[in-house]
Design a protein around this ligand. Structure first.
Ligand SMILES: C[S@@+](CC[C@H](N)C(=O)[O-])C[C@H]1O[C@@H](n2cnc3c(N)ncnc32)[C@H](O)[C@@H]1O
Length: 264
């Protein structure tokens, strides 16, 4: 995944992420804070902060938050949010998730929410998280996941691999900067391989209406139609994962978000 494509896509749609209900108010935000139980003396890094919603959720509970992202326009939105909320302990930094410009063992908490599916090299990102965390520090990850035996039981490995590839193609059709959503088991394996201990994993389903989801990334009518066809004509495993349904004439589906909490 090209990082300049990410900056182009998110730079053009930064304000949509500032107001997006999924990002600003999604269930994973409150759940993340509940699970992490932040402490008043903590130094926090939020990676790929987007419009800053996760950084802003932690800011009232900790000493200091660095909200980092690769896209300047997103950090403009974060600064606007921090000013509106009156946070004096939130600063922004331009940072690539795979080469973090921070010292070793600097942070008590590193968070990253709904972004890692854009990163080309997820093991390198998690290794960087491990490097900048203090011993005993917490890694809090939220990301959309692809189907595997944990999220979508009852299908063969081959059917799930096929459904995972189709799901990622569905995401990529809507957003060219989409890289790959990992399955939950794969996430736990990558985090464990980086030397962190997984303490908790959860799946939170989130209902999405197809049309606004597609237009948030400027999908045109033809693309939205192709997305609709992919949903309606998917394999049984894909449909079991995405749960397409009609509600008051609108096509809806469900994305699964995983929360993983790990300790260094
Ligand atoms: C959906 S937004 C993040 C949402 C935000 N974390 C929240 O909780 O609302 C995805 C963000 O990932 C950022 N991003 C993508 N690739 C990145 C990378 N390699 N390093 C840092 N940020 C990246 C994009 O610029 C974008 O702002």
């Amino acid at each position: 995944m090209s990082k300049s494509l990410v900056q182009q896509q998110f730079g053009a749609h930064a304000s949509a992420y500032a107001t997006s209900a999924v990002h600003a108010k999604g269930a994973s935000l409150g759940r993340l804070v509940d699970l992490v139980r932040p402490e008043g003396h903590w130094q926090v890094l939020d990676i790929a902060t987007g419009a800053g919603h996760t950084a802003a959720a932690f800011a009232p509970h900790v000493a200091h938050v660095i909200a980092s992202d690769i896209t300047e326009e997103m950090l403009d939105e974060t600064r606007r949010l921090a000013a509106a909320k009156g946070f004096a302990n939130l600063e922004t930094a331009v940072a690539d998730a795979e080469t973090l410009p921070f010292d070793d063992a600097r942070f008590d908490l590193v968070s990253c929410r709904i972004a890692a599916h854009h990163f080309p090299d997820v093991p390198r990102f998690v290794a960087e998280v491990g490097r900048v965390l203090k011993p005993g520090g917490t890694f809090a990850l939220v990301d959309n996941i692809s189907p595997d035996a944990l999220s979508t039981p009852g299908f063969s490995e081959a059917d799930l691999a096929d459904a995972a590839a189709s799901y990622n193609a569905f995401e990529k059709l809507r957003d060219k900067s989409h890289g790959r959503c990992l399955g939950l088991a794969e996430w736990c394996a990558v985090i464990t391989a980086a030397g962190l201990t997984v303490l908790r994993r959860e799946i939170l389903p989130k209902a999405m209406a197809l049309a606004p989801w597609a237009t948030r990334m400027d999908a045109d009518a033809a693309t939205t139609e192709r997305l609709r066809a992919m949903l309606e004509e998917g394999t049984p495993a894909l449909k079991a994962f995405l749960r397409p349904r009609l509600d008051a004439g609108a096509l809806w589906f469900t994305l699964d978000e995983a929360i993983v909490i790990a300790r260094k």
